[in-house]
Design a protein around this ligand. Structure first.
Ligand code: GLU
Length: 309
């Protein structure tokens, strides 16, 4: 264990970056969203936020990237805070064992997605947040700006448009669930909200700070409470079991923390009661998780001894 992390995480982050930098092979960038295909798979940044808001970073930790499915954690928290347990009648909390955009399970499970982190489940959560707020993506943006302390956070209209023009699979998921009565809003409106949400650009520093409410057991940066301790636990649990596509078992085995990844190469992770972490490197493995990101979190928990186990 690296002793110096008790005085701050800078030393550990430097060591993690140095070790990961020596590892050959960075995976492949996502190319099904054309605007993501232009990223350099070797980019790398990592940040850790402590409960009091102190942030440590290494590499490209202040460079904004496409957050994609990482945002699913925040819409889940925002809807759960408003709706409570009724949400769980519309989306499950079991790992799917299927790719994130799979349609097959939905039919034999009656239009109820397995969990809030597969695309179908995230569409349900965004739909419900839209019903409750009238502006799901605006609610998300306001929350993330406040938690990150960065008023300049914003959506990337080019990426949102790129996703919309290649969004047949998500449209199919939404229409299919609507046919089961599990979507309230018109599908085109829902898709617009969902693609906007996915297009959010933020840096590792922004996301480490914005995730800290989960490390604080539901308490926001300003000291107010978004979630009860029990609901913060629920979100951390779903992140652990379902947050890294159909490689959540492997991620838990290597990293031992609740985490959520996105196809932009970002991963957020939570050490409850201690800190939150964000790592970004756009090269992905075949399941869709950042190769260097998982490796960095693996080294981080090994070097610090911080994990939930
Ligand atoms: N916007 C992406 C999609 O819906 C998100 C995928 C991801 O990051 O998992 O296809």
């Amino acid at each position: 264990m690296v002793g110096s992390f008790l005085g701050g995480f800078q030393g550990v982050l430097g060591q993690v970056a140095e070790e990961v930098g020596r590892t050959p092979g960075r995976g492949r960038v996502a190319d099904y969203i054309p605007a993501l295909a232009a990223c350099d798979p070797r980019s790398f940044g990592m940040a850790v936020a402590e409960l009091d808001g102190s942030v440590y970073g290494v590499g490209e930790w202040e460079v904004p990237f496409s957050t994609q499915s990482v945002t699913k954690v925040f819409t889940l928290a925002l809807d759960l805070a408003r709706e409570g347990d009724e949400l769980w009648e519309h989306v499950g909390r079991e790992p799917s064992g299927n790719p994130f955009n799979s349609l097959v399970q939905l039919e034999y499970e009656g239009g109820i997605p397995r969990n809030p982190f597969v695309n179908a489940g995230a569409l349900v959560v965004t739909d419900r947040l839209q019903t409750r707020t009238g502006d799901a993506s605006g609610t998300l943006l306001e929350f993330l700006r406040a938690e990150s302390g960065n008023p300049e956070l914003d959506f990337d209209t080019e990426i949102a448009a790129s996703e919309a023009s290649h969004g047949d699979r998500n449209a199919a998921l939404a229409h299919f669930m609507a046919s089961y009565g599990n979507i309230d809003n018109p599908v085109p409106l829902l898709l617009e909200q969902y693609f906007r949400q996915c297009s959010l650009k933020a840096s590792c520093a922004d996301l480490a700070r914005a995730t800290a409410f989960l490390a604080r057991h539901g308490v926001r940066a300003d000291g107010s409470r978004l979630l009860t301790k029990s609901r913060a636990k629920q979100i951390n649990a779903v992140m652990l079991t379902c947050g890294t596509y159909d490689a959540a078992g492997e991620f838990a085995h290597r990293v031992g923390l609740p985490g959520k990844s996105g196809v932009g190469g970002g991963i957020i992770a939570v050490v409850p009661g201690r800190c939150s972490v964000c790592v970004w490197s756009p090269g992905l493995d075949e399941k869709g998780n950042s190769v260097a990101g998982v490796a960095a979190l693996d080294r981080f928990t090994t070097l610090t001894g911080l994990s939930v186990f």
